[in-house]
Write a protein that binds this ligand. Structure first.
Ligand code: RP5
Ligand code: MG
Ligand code: MG
Length: 274
């Protein structure tokens, strides 16, 4: 695995905080580095103790590497270390201690629904990329309000929530604006067979030495003939999404965190252009 990159972005998102610069060869915790002295930062919002966030370590000592009180504190990356009561990022140093914008100490579990269809011309024929000659896939992408970057419409798994529900709920909230719909119109069932393409660490710019994002990325592909419903979804941005649209899947399209890696897996799996 490559060393995380966005998790070392110089400026911590939504703040004036600068990370301690960590060169590639010092990312791994196993590398001795006595000079390493990252500032500790947790946003005021989190310190205000909203229901979805952990309290500060000290008065609070959760059971790490296990499901504790309904909160999944296990990591897809295996057992992570805990030092002085604080969990250590399994991918190494980030240049920032504390939790930053993240609510949980250790893994913060999310789910990413990758809803795809084939790109077709006016006659409904599959379109192919001029260079790769492979058929073009499109996916439903949202523009995040927090940073303005295009992303998969993913979100956090609530305590005790099935990931299959998180996938549907977050897609409905961010790409179909279900929160503004009447309750009976709220549940949109993704009836297409799901294909899990990734589970593990996310190289998210909010990550710190003690808190990080992990996800389950699942592809819901409308392969025509199975269903027409996905291609005609009434897309409308909602919640933390400012815009939503179908975007051609292509390696050159810049995306939030390492979401491109997940799309690459979908493209390979579907033998589509990448
Ligand atoms: C990323 O943050 C995940 O891959 C997921 O897309 C997203 C979840 O966080 P929020 O969208 O709830 O901020 O790391
Ligand atoms: Mg959301
Ligand atoms: Mg989200």
């Amino acid at each position: 695995t490559h060393p995380h990159v966005k998790s070392r972005c110089p400026q911590y998102p939504g703040s004036n905080i600068k990370r301690f610069p960590v060169p590639d060869d010092k990312v791994n915790w196993a590398q001795q580095w006595p000079q390493y002295d990252p500032v500790s930062y947790t946003t005021p919002l989190i310190l205000n103790k909203p229901a979805w966030a952990d309290p500060d370590i000290g008065a609070f000592s959760p059971k790490f590497n296990t499901v504790d009180n309904g909160v999944d504190r296990t990591s897809f990356e295996g057992s992570y270390q805990v030092e002085n009561g604080k969990p250590l990022n399994p991918r190494g140093r980030t240049g920032l201690a504390g939790r930053g914008l993240l609510g949980r100490w250790g893994p913060n579990h999310a789910a990413d629904p990758i809803v795809t269809r084939w790109k077709v011309d006016a006659k409904g024929a599959k379109m192919h990329h001029s260079v790769s000659a492979r058929p073009l896939l499109q996916f439903v992408s949202i523009k995040r309000k927090d940073c303005g970057e295009w992303a998969i419409p993913g979100g956090m798994v609530d305590p005790g929530e099935q990931v299959s529900l998180t996938l549907q709920r977050e897609f409905s909230e961010e790409a179909l604006n279900s929160l503004s719909a009447s309750p009976e119109d709220r549940a949109f069932p993704l009836v297409i067979f799901p294909l899990q393409v990734y589970k593990g660490y996310v190289d998210d710019p909010r990550n710190t030495d003690n808190a990080w994002m992990e996800t389950v990325a699942v592809n819901f592909h409308d392969d025509q003939g199975i269903s027409n419903s996905v291609s005609e979804l009434p897309l409308q941005a909602g919640d933390d999404a400012g815009q939503v649209q179908w975007v051609d899947i292509d390696s050159s399209f810049p995306l939030y965190a390492n979401h491109s890696n997940f799309l690459e897996l979908v493209a390979k799996e579907r033998k589509a252009h990448w």
